[in-house]
Design a protein around this ligand. Structure first.
Ligand SMILES: NC(=O)c1ccc[n+]([C@@H]2O[C@H](COP(=O)([O-])OP(=O)(O)OC[C@H]3O[C@@H](n4cnc5c(N)ncnc54)[C@H](O)[C@@H]3O)[C@@H](O)[C@H]2O)c1
Ligand SMILES: O=c1ccn([C@@H]2O[C@H](COP(=O)(O)OP(=O)(O)O[C@H]3O[C@H](CO)[C@@H](O)[C@H](O)[C@H]3O)[C@@H](O)[C@H]2O)c(=O)[nH]1
Length: 433
């Protein structure tokens, strides 16, 4: 399409990244949201999510006149050549994707879209949604293309600009190729297919990643019971190019705004066509069990009972590099700790304010004061560089439960603390001194 006139609807992680990046590729982009405060802040170049490079890209787009922000979809699509839908598709009833935001936007823009404009689903939507949008639009002159997004939070801009692949699917192949052309400068491998297959690629990829993580978390548990070391096991697995090294780190469970909802949604989609996707259901069950095992491990570290125990938590975000708390395993763990009667004090470098069931502090050393155990729940690099000797002095107990295998066990041992990782041999100062 060369330089195209594009409207992006929804300015969250996906919409804002899409808008700012497409503007950086030379397109003229209007980003639309229902949230007036957000739109006003964005129009002033202020980005509230933690995404490296995004604020700079927004500022550059605004300064170049290639990026603008608006409230309300209808007035922003009348001269668009392409409209990207980037609104939320959260988990709805019984785990299925809730498409109400997508439908609301479609209803709003149906009468205003110019002939030939392409409507593109970038939100994660179940198979059949492109067809349903076509029916709902009731416009034979407006093709619909599924173009799922694969960016990760915390690396959104670089993932968007350096994609592993671009997937476009439509029953109108020419329209799919027009959408692919918007990304021509990225020179990425491109899969051009039908709409249903494109929609399913997104779920297939996220659910595969979730199953890989459930498998590695279960393997870590097995390592503990068998006396093996998950670091060596995953190193040995990862050299096999058919397996790969990525996504092999055990943790407190996989979370975030996508993997949990997308796994549930695919189970529901499978059920709707009479297929019991028990493999995927088991991965979801394993992810719940992992959080329970982490809580049991913390209880064990403080003598068996969490009632009245003081637990210092390092990290609340669902992974390092983001301030997103949606479906964070850390929050599940802290709320279970509180429910068992523990007093939780938590610190996360990207999160402030008040959260239920804990005292949130703005200094990592405060979590250690009088703590029976310190628990690392998010893999922020800065936790490695804390003065662990000082933390040990502040603590009442001696347990460090490292659910990300982030810390250097000998360094923890050296300051007289006991280190418990996941799937790794326990390191206890007093026993080895
Ligand atoms: N977050 C990710 O890493 C990621 C990656 C790939 C795909 N996705 C998918 O992309 C979609 C969006 O996810 P997100 O994380 O960007 O969501 P988000 O919650 O960060 O942002 C969604 C935005 O849409 C706006 N919005 C809601 N209803 C609207 C309407 N009717 N009109 C205009 N704006 C509206 C909201 O105000 C919000 O700003 C979801 O389907 C998600 O599964 C997310
Ligand atoms: O080795 C690993 C890798 C990840 N995780 C956890 O897995 C979860 C998901 O991580 P990640 O996939 O990096 O987060 P998202 O930003 O949610 O990205 C996923 O979800 C997005 C939304 O659909 C997709 O676009 C991305 O491709 C997909 O990776 C987090 O809780 C991580 O802590 C681990 O425990 N161990």
């Amino acid at each position: 399409m060369g330089s195209a006139r594009i409207t992006v609807i929804g300015t969250g992680y996906v919409g804002l990244t899409t808008g700012a990046c497409l503007a950086s590729l030379g397109h003229r982009v209007t980003c639309v949201d229902v949230d007036e405060v957000k739109v006003a802040r964005l129009a002033a170049g202020r980005v509230d999510i933690l995404e490296p490079g995004l604020e700079e890209l927004v500022s550059r787009g605004l300064a170049a006149g290639r990026l603008s922000f608006a409230v309300g979809s209808r007035g922003s699509v009348w001269n668009a050549q392409a409209v990207f839908l980037c609104v939320p598709t959260p988990m709805g009833a019984r785990g299925a994707a809730d498409l109400r935001a997508v439908e609301a936007v479609v209803d709003e823009i149906a009468g205003t879209l110019p002939p030939g404009c392409v409507v593109i689903t970038k939100s994660t939507v179940p198979v059949g949604t492109a067809q349903r949008i076509r029916d709902r639009l009731g416009r034979s002159d407006v093709p619909v293309v599924a173009n799922p997004e694969f960016l990760r939070e915390g690396t959104a801009v670089s993932d968007f600009l350096n994609p592993d692949r671009i997937v476009v699917g439509s029953d109108d192949e020419a329209a799919a190729r027009r959408v692919a052309a918007l990304y021509a400068d990225l020179a990425a491998p491109t899969v051009v297919t039908d709409a249903a297959s494109a929609e399913l690629v997104k779920y297939a990829a996220n659910c595969f990643l979730a199953m890989k993580l459930s498998y590695v978390n279960a393997m870590a548990e097995l390592c503990e019971r068998l006396g093996a070391d998950i670091l060596s096991v995953t190193e040995g697995m990862g050299y096999d190019h058919r397996i790969g090294r990525a996504f092999l780190k055990p943790g407190p469970g996989w979370g975030g705004s996508c993997l949990p909802k997308d796994t549930h949604a695919l189970v529901q989609v499978a059920e709707s066509v009479g297929f019991d996707f028990s493999l995927l259901s088991a991965a979801i069950g394993e992810n719940i069990a992992q959080r329970d095992r982490i809580v049991a491990k913390i209880a064990g570290a403080v003598g068996g009972s969490l009632a009245g125990a003081r637990i210092g938590v390092l990290g609340l975000a669902f992974k390092a590099g983001t301030n997103d708390l949606r479906d964070s395993p850390a929050l599940s763990v802290t709320s279970m700790l509180a429910a068992h009667g523990a007093e939780v004090t938590a610190y996360d470098p990207a999160i402030g304010g008040d959260l239920p069931g804990m005292r949130l502090v703005d200094d990592p050393y405060q979590v250690a004061k009088g703590a029976d155990a310190i628990v690392v729940l998010t893999e922020w690099d800065e936790f490695r560089r804390l003065d662990w000797s000082y933390l040990a002095d502040l603590m009442h107990g001696d347990a460090v439960v490292d659910t990300r295998n982030l810390l250097d066990p000998p360094a923890i041992l050296a300051v007289g603390l006991c280190w418990l990782g996941l799937g790794r041999p326990r390191v206890r100062a007093r026993a080895t001194a």
